[in-house]
Design a protein around this ligand. Structure first.
Ligand code: HEC
Length: 150
């Protein structure tokens, strides 16, 4: 019977697809995401590009110096870096003027996105780089003055 044979073929095809899919795309995807951790991959970016403002006592709303502090903000961080709202740069009058070097590279953005999408894992604490040292008041500088007032 034709329909029965078609059904049979369909089942074979489906099970083949089920076997092949996890082995190829899903698997490599997952591996890549699992590999991204806070301590190894994300902390160096936060320390370099974010911590000047995102640390205790500075203007930004939360610290990004530790996994414990950064983890609850993962979704928001993803959104802000993908939209390039964070880190602020250029002559953004809300925050004063900042140097372009603080901008993230595409690779750094992809790392943060992969970290969040992979479950925002902490990773091995031995991977954590030393926390950056800041001179008080160095990070933000003075607002660029009365001309900026709106
Ligand atoms: C020049 C200072 C500065 C730098 C550098 C900076 N931020 Fe911010 N960030 C702020 C300030 C101030 C706010 C709060 C006001 C605002 O949202 O604009 C903020 C807000 C945020 C928020 C939103 C918090 C909320 O209330 O929802 C996120 C997420 C964030 N920053 C992530 C980052 C990340 C990630 C980096 C580094 C890649 C970074 N920021 C770098 C100053 C900074």
């Amino acid at each position: 019977m034709r329909t029965l044979r078609n059904l049979f073929t369909l089942i074979i095809l489906l099970s083949a697809a089920l076997l092949v899919l996890p082995a190829s795309s899903a698997n490599t995807d997952r591996k890549e995401k699992e590999a991204v951790t806070f301590t190894k991959d994300v902390a160096p970016i936060f320390f370099k590009n974010c911590a000047a403002c995102h640390r205790p006592g500075e203007a930004a709303p939360m610290s990004l110096l530790s996994y414990k502090d950064a983890r609850p903000w993962a979704k928001s961080i993803r959104e802000k870096v993908v939209n390039r709202e964070m880190p602020p740069w250029h002559a953004d009058s809300r925050h004063g003027e900042f140097k372009n070097e603080r901008r993230l590279t595409q690779a750094e953005i992809s790392t943060i996105v992969a970290w969040v999408d992979g479950g925002a894992r902490e990773g091995d604490t031995r991977d954590l780089p030393p926390a950056p040292k800041f001179v008080e008041g160095w990070g933000i500088g003075q607002p660029s003055g009365a001309s900026d007032a709106r």
